[in-house]
Design a protein around this ligand. Structure first.
Ligand code: SAH
Length: 361
């Protein structure tokens, strides 16, 4: 008899699991039990799933498995932020970050190994893209963090702001969000999820039609086409104007708003004129602005503006009735802050990657 590869339940949603069980000649109602064990209780060992008959538990091992990322290292910042270095089944490394009290507990997840977007101020972009994460690897980060932090019974938010561009890995990202939201699993409300994107337009248009709708954050970072072309290169394909038009059309639930992230780079995009242009651009959009004073890193050719400059920028937005927040940089001492996630690849590195690898502490 040919041996079939085992089905990885980490990658299946509940319906797929029901179908696979049926195909294996098992009653489908067990799917819900297994799904609950894995996603609600973090148990991936079939032998420990005690409400399933012993015989079936043993048989499950033949046809099924559950893959979970391995923790390689945990680093805890003085502010409580904890960065997890995780190894995937093929040896690739990713990072996930736990950020306490912001004011909620937040898990910052990766969606790709590396990133193809090459934003000028982001270290992850230096790695280039190695591959997309699977839905199971995205969900697996949550399973690992809840286990390691003993947070199975604690509420938390999810932000897709780790390594990678979620809309560049649309299918797997959305599948992961559906698994995370499933009422039989972790049952995380989409209101607690935020998808952050540079604005890959076709994918953004598709997101607008999804039944499961996370909060949306747009990495804007610039107020002119020319400058955004340079800072966020995907702008050369999907320009600022089209992006903002898509945001205007984006369906928002009552009282919900789109967050616009704006990294502040001294002398580049942090002048009062920039602030006033930003106000104009966001006119007519239900928006709030999250200012991200640059997290500096060796090899990133920009400077973080002084607090005075940041406050002046924020004040102009506030004077024009925009809701504005300034992101407190978390976990800088362990390089867990925005745009600082980077892992060494196992293959030969390009010069930019070698540079980044050298900068690891
Ligand atoms: N690819 C997604 C998620 C990336 S990370 C996106 O671009 O939205 C989340 C945010 O951190 C983005 O707004 C990103 O532009 C920002 N960021 C990247 N590098 C940064 C740095 N060095 N300092 C501050 N913010 C940074």
């Amino acid at each position: 008899m040919l041996t079939q590869p085992r089905i990885d339940i980490a990658e299946t949603d509940l319906h797929e699991l029901e179908r696979s069980l049926e195909a294996a000649g098992r009653p489908r109602f067990h799917a819900r039990q297994i799904f609950q064990w894995i996603h609600r209780r973090g148990v991936t060992d079939f032998a420990a799933m005690t409400d399933i008959g012993r015989q079936l538990r043993e048989q499950l091992n033949d046809g099924f498995m559950v893959t979970t990322p391995q923790v390689v290292r945990q680093e805890r910042s003085t502010d409580g932020t904890t960065k997890f270095l995780l190894r995937l089944a093929d040896g690739k490394l990713i990072e996930s970050v736990f950020i306490p009290d912001t004011p909620a507990m937040t898990f910052c997840l990766s969606t790709q190994v590396g990133c193809a977007m090459k934003c000028a101020f982001c270290l992850t972009g230096r790695m280039g893209i190695e591959r997309n994460l699977t839905a199971g690897e995205i969900v697996g980060q949550v399973r690992v963090l809840t286990r390691e932090l003993r947070m199975l019974d604690t509420r938390f938010n999810i932000v897709l702001m780790g390594m990678g561009e979620p809309l560049h890995n649309y299918e797997q990202t959305m599948k992961a969000l559906r698994i995370l939201a499933d009422e039989h699993g972790m049952a995380i409300s989409p209101r607690r999820m935020t998808l952050s994107t540079v604005g890959v337009l076709p994918a953004l248009e598709r997101l607008a039609t999804e039944p499961l709708m996370p909060n949306l954050a747009i990495s804007l970072h610039s107020t002119t086409e020319d400058q955004r072309d340079r800072l966020v290169p995907v702008n050369r394909k999907y320009g600022l104007k089209e992006l903002l038009d898509a945001c205007r059309r984006f369906p928002l639930k009552r009282r919900n708003r789109i967050t616009f992230e704006y990294v502040l780079l001294e002398g580049i995009n942090d002048t009062p004129e920039d602030a006033r242009r930003l106000v104009k651009l966001l006119n007519g959009i239900k928006a709030k602005v999250n200012l991200l004073p640059l997290n500096e890193a060796a090899g990133i050719p920009f400077t973080r503006p002084s607090d005075d400059r940041v406050n002046r920028f924020a004040q102009i937005l506030a004077d024009h009735h925009l809701t504005v927040s300034v992101r407190k940089s978390r976990g800088r001492d362990i390089r867990a802050a925005c745009g600082q996630l980077i892992t060494e690849s196992s293959r030969t590195k390009a010069p930019g990657q070698q540079l980044a690898a050298l900068m690891r502490v």
